[in-house]
Design a protein around this ligand. Sequence first.
Ligand code: NAD
Length: 344
Amino acid sequence: MAHRVTLIPGDGIGPELAEATTRVLDATGIGFEWERVEAGEAAIASHGTPLPDEVIDSIRQTRIGLKGPITTPVGSGFRSVNVGLRQALDLYANLRPARSMQGVESRYVDVDLVIVRENTEDLYAGIEHMVGRDAAESIKIITRSASERIARYAFDYAVANGRHKVTAVHKANIMKLSDGLFLESCRTVAADYDGRIEFEDRIVDNMCMQLVQKPDLYDVLVLPNLYGDIVSDLAAGLVGGLGVAPGANIGTEAAVFEPVHGSAPKYAGLNKANPTALILSGALMLRHLGYPAEADRLETAVRETIASGTRTYDLGGSAGTSDFADAIIGRLSAGVDAPASLAR
Ligand code: NAD
């Protein structure tokens, strides 16, 4: 039976990446029925809103979404569709793995980090107002329940995936109440995993420096929303950039898989953008659906394709989006096993 998946192509480079990715996922042989819905700029034209109810309704039914990036106006205009979706569906855990790839130039060759970002509160709760004409306030919300829930997700992920350490990232030296509560919640949850998963914490500014200098010291990081957003781009930069950084938004009732990167409007429609991040988000979706062997096979095909020299412009190559997808499909169809160095 085919899996029904809500497909949100998104804005900018989103539609061409979605086309490449659905072709690759169809080539795994698992069988998908894509329920295509519009969100973002395309939906404003057709529905008068960037996040029509039918998008949420569709994901509530299929329980799985695959999503391209969506443009968010800076400073004014509509609220982020991404934040709206995560909040409406309570997709509380944002999982962003960052792992080095052979053939992708970067400062390190052996980075293997997993960022677990709280996705529903913090400064992203969107509670802002002007105080008179010349001051503005944004309210940072941190709750014990959301902090314990994300910490538990990080520890459970570590156990299930053979990881050894969780590092909580915060600024509790300055925000003693809000970040203090986040840290205290992480410590409470860590006690339940004592002896199984190591636990430590880092102040976010120090964490950034440590990641740039010694990323090999870290394993799974758990962070409140804003630090998680920033540090996951930093981690993407450590492994070759946004073009190769996948992500997943996980809740108890639904999950939406999307790349870390945005809609890169200047490359829209040029068949140039790198579909790796969305394809690897698709591999995370396969794991979530219970197909770990197929996810391994897909990740290996992506890694082999890049290692063999078929690369998009951002990785120093000249392959177009669709050529790159074709090369992966070719490898999947050939069913060639990867050398151990490329397999997970
Ligand atoms: P961006 O990620 O779109 O682009 C940053 C840089 O990375 C650009 O140089 C871009 O060309 C490059 N890049 C990004 N993805 C690439 C890919 N797949 N292949 C090759 N190069 C790629 O970030 P931005 O310019 O800050 O944001 C553009 C828009 O995207 C904004 O409206 C922003 O709000 C939105 N955005 C959306 C999401 C999302 O939908 N989850 C995430 C981040 C940003």
